[in-house]
Ligand binder design. Structure first.
Ligand code: BYC
Length: 315
């Protein structure tokens, strides 16, 4: 069969909503774009543990510590499912991790902002996980089987994450004047970076057209961002707080909220490695990897011992 015929069969499968599996024929560019997106997604989960990990020891009660610990552990688990899904595309986890540590691989811009107060744990859960869920619900129907299946489980956990974040802010929003101010300050600082999570505007998005044809993405960056603004603009009223955007207003004819322009210069700066915490985040990941070397060595030694024992028994 010619490549052209294979490509046609491949696209037919996608159009009929048949999932693409690791052993199926796929265009090289499809493999690469999935590998790019899934590995970036995995890195985001792993680097994303850092801003909240920073608060586990300082959470205001034992219950809050336990909840936050569970959430951060969930993010680590998400990273592992996603590295496994990416490995099915023929790239080793070691290589992916090396690319993260060298600064070659991207991860979500949002995790390069600092978590300064306890209210940031609420804002991250509500806004960051809230933005992530909208994107990930769409990805449950992505065309690459292992990615779609990883997303189903991840989404279940993310909805718990978002609610725990909202609940933290709800408690603060009903507290003292200082707590209310802390809540508003966290919303102010996380709002715009959360909107940036959806990626550049559709007109600037280099990968979207092809990814939509291949049903890797099913909604555009701008569509998802609008959905997020519409959802949060309503939820913020329950908190009695405001979003830091003077242009945010309901547009009756569009049946959507209008909102102000994102600072794209800031976005690209962060993506290129110059955000407030980029260097610190990579440093922390490299250090964690080095400190974990003995665990990897012990696991390999144990696996080798077990394999040798099996051989002796079989002989
Ligand atoms: N940050 O053509 P575009 C979580 C890059 S973690 C950095 O629109 P695409 C959580 C993009 O990669 C979940 N880079 O790209 C964890 C591309 O560069 P390359 C995070 C960004 O792929 C812990 C270029 O800009 N979620 O939930 O079609 C605690 C052009 O963009 C960003 C995911 O990772 C960004 N924000 O669409 C709490 C979702 N945006 O690779 C929570 C998976 C864009 O061509 N990813 N870029 O050099 C996706 O859905 C898509 O990759 C995106 C971008 C929508 C993000």
């Amino acid at each position: 069969m010619s490549v052209h015929e294979l490509e046609k069969l491949f696209q037919d499968k996608i159009d009929q909503e048949i999932k693409i599996e690791p052993r199926d024929w796929m265009p090289e560019a499809y493999r690469k774009t999935n590998l790019r997106q899934i590995s970036q997604h995995a890195h985001s989960e792993i680097v994303g543990m850092l801003p909240e990990g920073n608060w586990i020891g300082r959470a205001p009660s034992l219950k809050r510590k336990a909840i936050l610990l569970a959430k951060v552990q969930d993010e680590g688990g998400h990273g592992l499912y996603l590295y496994s899904a990416a490995e099915t595309l023929g790239f080793s986890r070691d290589q992916m991790i090396e690319d993260l540590h060298s600064g070659k691989a991207k991860y979500s811009s949002i995790f390069n902002y600092p978590s300064l107060t306890w209210a940031d744990m609420g804002a991250i859960g509500w806004l960051v996980d809230g933005a992530a869920i909208l994107n990930q619900v769409m990805l449950c129907r992505t065309s690459y089987g292992p990615y779609a299946r990883a997303m189903v489980r991840i989404c279940k956990e993310e909805s718990f994450h978002q609610r725990q974040g909202f609940e933290i802010l709800l408690v603060l929003s009903r507290g003292t004047e200082a707590q209310k101010a802390m809540c508003q300050d966290a919303i102010n600082r996380w709002w715009w970076p959360s909107l940036m999570m959806f990626g550049p505007k559709d007109s600037e998005s280099t990968n979207s057209d092809q990814s939509m044809k291949w049903k890797i993405k099913r909604k555009s960056n701008d569509e998802l961002r609008q959905q997020f603004v519409d959802m949060i603009a309503e939820q913020v009223k329950v908190l009695g707080m405001t979003l830091p955007d003077p242009d945010l207003v309901w547009n009756e004819s569009r049946k959507h909220y209008d909102f102000g322009e994102i600072n794209w210069e800031e976005f690209w700066n962060v993506v290129k490695g110059n955000g407030p915490c980029n260097k610190q985040r990579l440093e922390a990941r490299r250090k964690a990897h080095d400190n974990g070397a003995w665990v990897r060595e012990a696991a390999s030694a144990y696996a080798a011992k077990k394999a040798a024992r099996r051989k002796t028994v079989a002989a």
